[in-house]
Design a protein around this ligand. Structure first.
Ligand code: SF4
Length: 654
């Protein structure tokens, strides 16, 4: 079996419209364009699948992955290996084979039924007028082809991101970033055990200048970025964070700050300044409802939320879920978010991604997959938020795109591979939680909208709108869910809108009929163990780098030596250079009794080598009991309890 070079396949497979589909039809499983690195026809694909699949497994797809051991050895020339995705014992697994390190297997989804449902729904959402098309397929219709290119789902043949990836991605980021990340520092005042990007004592500092940040933001803006996210490390350790937010706001409609938020708890005025400079909200780590599971910001978080609310910013809670650690808190986190949904604009669970070398037993214990999170939330809410309330993100992207085209209201659309991101909406009705699927049948709605855009296209005339509104009005009962009383109110609101020949009432009606609406998602970023190269093109969460490149999240962080860490190294500054900058006037945040993760006590009078690197430049260990919290621990505990049990917002208790 001949192995073709990555370069060959960038210029052939990336624009392929044919061979994989023909082979799929013969074999009964999908052969991704990435698999053409290893096979060239159906017989070879069958042979490879037979070699990779264990007994009693049913093939889903053939693709390419990375060998974690080659990656760890920086053997980039051989790290891309063949991989099969398959169903076995009710789960979806992948198995790959490296000539050097043998066969490796990992679980991808622990519920094969849910996987197949999500896959089918994803296919139904793929239509050029929805902003989604099948990967790499250029529709025959020239107008649709242009539409498809304009939304970034069809990848150009050339190496658009300019990467020297050695084959870890497809050489393209597409044309737009849904979220464009800019790393503004690798410093942080926390030291979370799962963190893969903060400077420990003595490491090089990465902190781009404002001019560099402006260039990175401009690069994202050229691509038509949806939102710029300022990330780190911890962005608020920079004294010039307000100016940086302002720079980002000049280049994107939406600016998010990826922060633990603790500084806003202590300095609400800073939150107001950040909001006034253009930040729409914070994307904030929030790992649990106990200080043990959330040592990062448990004590500060109620006040952080209030600071955000007073500053007019929202807060997206982002729990990192680690098996055997905080995976029993998930239902409570949803209830906490629901109680505070006036400020909390969503909960986005992120199953932990593994870095470095890891044994299979340890991996299996800590591995959490998308259906694990969905199942745990169903169990924790006594079935109130069931598995079938969840849909793959591309379905919501399709609905958002339809509403955008048909109402003229630009809704923010973000997409991903269906297997990476599942979403539901939780409606808060008094102390009750109601899944959106109780009120509206999302699958039925998607099917109806697909019929509409197939007949009328993506840019309807006024007459088309009136005609379709009438048709939808006639079919409305089939679109409503089983939650009769609430649906009746919601339905009558929708009827009034459609009777007016309009479409813009869908989500407005929800906010009128319910106290609060909380989006809840599960976003699983790839790691070297579960990597599927065919999913990289679907990732529209990108990083802008100071050398002008924009690369997908799952390349930047999974192959750090070639992207994230290289940038850090090549643009490192010394502590002395850092001190010379105009924004580095730190308060002496580190008390003598604080320790770093490595156990060293921080010495505010200077480092052990006399080079004074110990003045809050690097992180501190979060096991330190922060003094200010001691006085109000009881009140803060009570605020959490009320938020979980009574759906009372934290501010009603504090
Ligand atoms: S808060 Fe934790 S996860 Fe975030 S950058 Fe700091 S150490 Fe890393």
């Amino acid at each position: 079996m001949a192995q073709s070079s990555a370069a060959e396949f960038w210029t052939t497979a990336a624009v392929s419209t044919g061979p994989s589909e023909a082979i799929d039809a013969d074999l009964g499983f999908e052969v991704s364009d990435q698999a053409f690195r290893f096979v060239s026809n159906a017989a070879e694909a069958r042979d490879l699948a037979d070699e990779l699949l264990p007994a009693a497994a049913e093939a889903i797809s053939l693709s390419a992955s990375l060998c974690p051991d080659c990656l760890a050895e920086r053997a980039y020339d051989r790290m891309v290996v063949p991989m099969a995705l398959f169903e076995v014992a009710g789960e979806v697994h992948l198995r790959k084979r490296c000539e050097e390190h043998g066969t490796q297997e990992d679980v991808c989804w622990t519920d094969a039924g849910l996987y197949h449902r999500a896959r089918t729904l994803d296919e139904a959402s793929r239509h050029p007028a929805f902003g989604n098309v099948p990967d790499g397929v250029v529709p025959d219709d020239p107008v649709l082809a242009d539409d498809a290119r304009s939304v970034g789902n069809v990848r150009p043949a050339e190496d658009a991101c300019g990467t020297d990836s050695g084959g870890c991605c497809t050489g393209s980021t597409g044309e737009t970033s849904g979220i464009g990340n800019i790393t503004v520092t690798n410093r942080c005042d926390r030291s979370c055990h799962y963190c893969f990007f903060y400077a420990e004592s003595g490491e090089s500092l990465y902190e781009p200048t404002k001019a560099e940040i402006r260039e990175m933001a401009a690069r994202l803006a050229e691509e038509g970025v949806g939102a710029i996210q300022l990330t780190g490390g911890e962005p608020t350790v920079r004294g010039d964070i307000v100016e940086i937010v302002g720079i980002a706001a000049e280049h994107a409609d939406q600016v998010l700050l990826n922060t633990h938020g603790a500084r806003f708890a202590a300095e609400p005025d800073l939150a107001r300044e950040v909001g006034a400079a253009g930040a729409r909200g914070i994307y904030t780590s929030f790992d649990g409802l106990t200080p043990q599971h959330n040592p990062k910001n448990y004590w500060e978080f109620p006040r952080t939320l209030m600071a955000c609310r007073d500053a007019g910013m929202c807060a997206m809670l982002v729990p990192t879920v680690v098996g055997g650690w905080n995976d029993e808190d998930l239902g409570d986190i949803v209830r906490f978010g629901a109680a505070n949904a006036e400020t909390v604009c969503g909960v986005n669970f992120q199953p932990v991604s593994f870095v470095g070398r890891m044994g299979s037993k340890e991996r299996r214990e800590q591995r959490v997959t998308v259906p694990d999170v969905i199942g745990r939330i169903a169990a924790d809410t006594d079935g109130t938020i069931p598995a079938d309330a969840w849909y793959p993100l591309p379905v919501y992207r399709a609905i958002a795109e339809f509403l955008s085209n048909w109402t003229g209201n630009g809704l923010y659309g973000l997409s991903s591979s269906f297997s990476s991101w599942m979403v539901t909406y939780v409606l808060v009705d008094g102390e009750e939680l109601v899944p959106i699927t109780d009120v509206i049948d999302i699958g039925e709605l998607l099917g109806t909208l697909r019929e509409v855009v197939t007949e009328y296209g993506g840019e309807p005339s006024g007459l088309d709108r009136a005609r379709v509104a009438k048709e939808l009005l006639a079919d409305l009962d089939t679109l409503l869910g089983p939650e009769a009383p609430a649906a009746a109110e919601f339905g009558s609101g929708l009827r009034a809108v459609l009777a007016d020949g309009r479409f813009d009432g869908l989500f407005d009606r929800l906010t009128e009929c319910y106290d609060r609406v909380l989006p809840v998602g599960v976003r699983h970023f790839q790691d070297p163990y579960n990597y599927d190269l065919s999913r990289v093109d679907d990732c529209d969460v990108h990083y802008s780098m100071p050398d002008g490149r924009v690369v997908p999240f799952s390349v930047y962080n999974v192959v750090p030596e070639r992207y994230r860490d290289r940038v850090k190294r090549e643009h490192a500054i010394s502590v002395a250079q850092w001190r010379d900058r105009e924004y580095t006037a730190l308060t002496r945040a580190d008390a003598p009794n604080r320790t770093r993760r490595d156990g060293d006590v921080i010495d505010p009078d200077g480092g052990s080598d006399g080079n004074e690197p110990d003045e809050g430049i690097y992180g501190v260990d979060v096991t330190y009991r922060r003094e200010g919290d001691e006085r109000e621990r009881g009140k803060i505990e009570e605020a959490y309890r009320a938020s979980i049990e009574d759906l009372a917002p934290v501010r009603s208790v504090l």
